[in-house]
Ligand binder design. Structure first.
Ligand code: SAH
Length: 353
């Protein structure tokens, strides 16, 4: 595809005019690749704010969770800290600082495709090694993997129930504007049986890229040992409806408005991902809300201690803690899913299985 002076919207328009509607996977994948490649979208001056950017407590508690798992599993070395889509490297920096206090000093491997963000990560996490995907991460020791707000940025596919069965939801042009249209091929075989006869207009989302990553992470946990945390907004149970959305400059915009210039996301289907991990014989430790998990890990106490050390920031610390755990903020919508090798222990903050 041609880059350069043309906006991505223009490129898509020409492509659709010449060859017909494109898939949502294509639209979202190209848009986010363009979006993340050129800039740092995080923080107050960017488009959106993530949990590690709200408070150091988030990364610290993840580091403590990892250290606890590693210690109880027998302190095996070498051990690898692996992060997918590390953003500004803030989570890694906070987690590794907390883990070090408990003797956990892993090799650091970051999976990141954006050159702009790699440059920022280099400052935050000196000594890290970068990868374009998981395939080149070492395999000779357990990995402690974390991915925060990574899966939601991976391209989804949507299926829509038409008058005579399920079709792929494609993007075409109507009056030179992007518009959803139905693909020509019947997609019934790709739809779970319980949804086959859904009402006309029903939408199902899948994320093949997330499924592939889950398959690989689970296989590695079984082969190498280790544990993984996936944190994202998502639903615990698969349901119908579109969750495709766009954020630009801290405001929701239409996902067709400015491809490549807004962050395109979809809710993560944790139920399906847990099933994929289990199908590879990894252990699904559990999926809980971010609020419950951070509370179980002691965020209230940590916030009190931080406030005692820096009373002038007590109010800011309390506000940040509430953003992370309050049910009407990130506490309920965001979920934490933990996976591990069956040889590893269960993790703090998840019900015993
Ligand atoms: N985890 C960080 C950043 C979240 S934004 C935080 O919580 O602040 C999404 C991150 O995933 C960015 O670092 C982005 O560059 C990266 N990313 C998006 N798509 C990717 C892909 N296909 N492969 C690797 N990294 C990707």
């Amino acid at each position: 595809m041609e880059l350069g002076a043309h906006s991505l919207a223009e490129t898509f328009r020409r492509l659709i005019t010449n060859t017909g509607p494109i898939s949502l996977t294509h639209f979202m994948g190209e848009s986010n690749a363009r979006y993340y490649s050129g800039k740092d979208p995080l923080g107050d001056g960017g488009d959106f704010v993530t949990a590690p950017e709200i408070s150091q407590m988030f990364g610290e508690l993840i580091g403590l969770w990892m250290a606890d798992m590693w210690i109880r599993a027998g302190k095996e070395e070498p051990v690898y800290y692996v992060e997918l889509g590390p953003g500004r490297g803030t989570l890694a920096k906070d987690a590794l600082r907390a883990a070090r206090k408990y003797g956990l000093q892993p090799y650091i491997h970051l999976v990141e495709t954006s050159q702009a963000l790699k440059d920022v990560q280099l400052q935050a996490v000196p000594g890290a090694i970068w990868h374009n995907d998981l395939s080149t991460i070492p395999q000779d020791g357990p990995m402690l993997l974390v991915a925060n707000e990574f899966l939601d940025a991976l391209p989804i596919r949507q299926l829509v129930r038409g008058p005579d069965g399920w079709r792929e939801r494609m993007i075409g042009l109507e009056n030179d504007q992007f518009a959803f249209v139905m693909g020509g091929q019947n997609m019934d075989p790709a739809v779970p049986v319980e949804f086959r006869d859904a009402e006309e207009g029903a939408i199902l989302e899948t994320c093949p890229a997330a499924a592939a990553i889950m398959y690989e992470v689970a296989g590695r946990l079984v082969d190498q040992g280790g544990a993984a945390l996936f944190i994202d907004y998502g639903h615990a149970k698969l349901k119908t409806g579109s969750t495709f959305q766009a954020v630009r400059n801290h405001t929701k915009v239409h996902p067709f408005a400015a491809p490549g210039e807004a962050d395109l996301t979809a809710l993560v289907d944790f139920e399906t991902l847990a099933r994929i991990a289990q199908s590879r014989d990894a252990r699904h430790i559990g999926t809980v809300t971010q609020g419950d998990w951070l509370r179980a890990l002691g965020i209230e106490t940590r916030a009190q201690n931080l406030a005692a050390q820096a009373p002038q920031y007590a109010q800011d610390i309390a506000v940040a803690k509430d953003r992370l755990i309050a049910p009407d903020q990130m506490g309920d919508l965001f979920k934490v899913m933990a996976l591990a090798s069956h040889k590893w222990p269960g993790g703090v903050g998840f019900p015993e299985d």
